[in-house]
Design a protein around this ligand. Structure first.
Ligand code: PEP
Ligand code: MG
Length: 357
């Protein structure tokens, strides 16, 4: 059975190489940028990014340099890592996400945070603002590296405008310091806010005004919005991403982004879910960042749809009251029109249930 499944997958993946050189454009000419998420940024990941013809890196999770070390990483080491990623991107844009530690990711290595009461209660940009030593070297390294390529920077877990402004201030202070020291660095950087918290959705209009761009992190937005534990959600998923509360939250951010001229990317796992492509295109999202392996399938769906079809689908979904109803309607539409493009249907059809999914 596995042999047969592998054969179907190989058949399905035939043509992916050629697809890598084709742009992700809808049937009616709308360009969608398909980017990758990098975690280790090792040679494998960078090669995959290239092989799949990604338009750039939409999320580089910089904390891996911290997790791999038993001390806060040094500025020169971070500079080397960041510059190497920009070099491998060969002119394509790379979005660096400043270090996202905290919550379950506070490690003893962070001597600065060790034994500090309450440290486990702060995360992401809040942690960096409270304990500036955590990202001081990173901010300097970023400015230095960014002189070597097309780079942007964004902050994780931004709760609202005050934290975003404070973080921007820290970024600019790092550049001013480098310039005073006569160390070569970039002059300007686009600075974005990740939308991963319900409060950030609520003030999306204000953040869109302050930020050069927004990036929606659905991996955190979903559990924080729905009162779920992220580890539990990663194991079970079920219909949670299709919850009307999540659909409307993303729509709100997409609309505010357009209203205030801040382009919106979706960079959580949802961006690589072929069932979600049409709703996101309909909302006006033109940039999706995912693991490189998801790009061919998402590109096939983008290249087969039109903005009008996507808007029809979204219009129907927005009238539905429950996650299960949205899930059902979306799957019904996709299986009716796109089953031949979905790896879950074509290559793994053995595991498809009686209802077709
Ligand atoms: C997210 O939360 O969706 C995201 C992209 O960030 P991370 O998965 O690194 O928390
Ligand atoms: Mg996150």
């Amino acid at each position: 059975a596995y042999g047969a499944q592998r054969h179907r997958r190989e058949q399905f993946e035939r043509g992916f190489d050629q697809l890598a050189t084709e742009p992700a454009v809808t049937q009616d000419g709308t360009r969608v940028h398909l980017l990758t998420n990098l975690e280790l940024a090792d040679t494998d990941e960078l090669a995959q990014t290239d092989a799949q013809g990604a338009d750039g890196v939409g999320l580089y999770r910089t904390e891996y340099a911290y997790l791999a070390s038993d001390a806060l990483p040094a500025e020169d080491d971070l500079f080397d890592i960041h510059r190497a990623i920009l070099a491998s991107a060969q002119g394509r844009p790379v979005t660096f996400r400043t270090v996202d530690l905290g919550g379950e990711k506070v490690l003893p290595l962070l001597d600065v945070t060790h034994n500090v009461e309450g440290i486990e209660n702060v995360r992401g940009v809040r942690l960096c603002l409270r304990y500036p030593r955590v990202w001081e070297a990173q901010l300097r390294a970023l400015w230095r590296a960014c002189a070597y390529g097309e780079a942007r920077v964004m902050f994780p877990m931004v709760p609202g405008v005050a934290e975003f402004r404070a973080a921007k201030h820290a970024v600019h202070a790092a550049r001013d310091q480098l310039q005073r020291e006569g160390i070569p660095c970039a002059d300007e950087l686009e600075i974005g806010a990740m939308i991963e918290l319900p409060s950030a959705v609520t003030v999306a209009d204000l953040l869109a005004e302050e930020a050069d761009f927004l990036s929606i992190g659905t991996n955190d937005l979903i559990p924080y919005s729905l009162g779920l534990d992220r580890a539990y959600m990663d194991r079970t998923m079920v219909s949670e991403p299709y919850h009307p509360g999540i659909l409307r939250a993303i729509l709100r951010v997409a609309e505010e982004g357009q209203r205030h001229g801040a382009p919106v990317t979706v960079c959580g796992e949802m961006a690589g879910d072929p069932f979600y492509v049409l709703p996101l295109i309909a909302m006006g999202v033109r940039s999706l960042s995912m693991s490189a392996a998801s790009i061919p399938q998402i590109k096939r769906v983008v290249r087969s749809t039109t903005v009008n079809e996507a808007k029809d689908v979204l219009g129907r979904l927005l009238d539905l009251p429950t996650a299960e109803a949205v899930d059902y309607e979306l799957h019904r539409h996709m299986l009716e029109h796109y089953a031949h493009l979905l790896v879950s249907h074509v290559a793994e059809v053995d595991s498809v249930g009686p209802d077709g999914y």
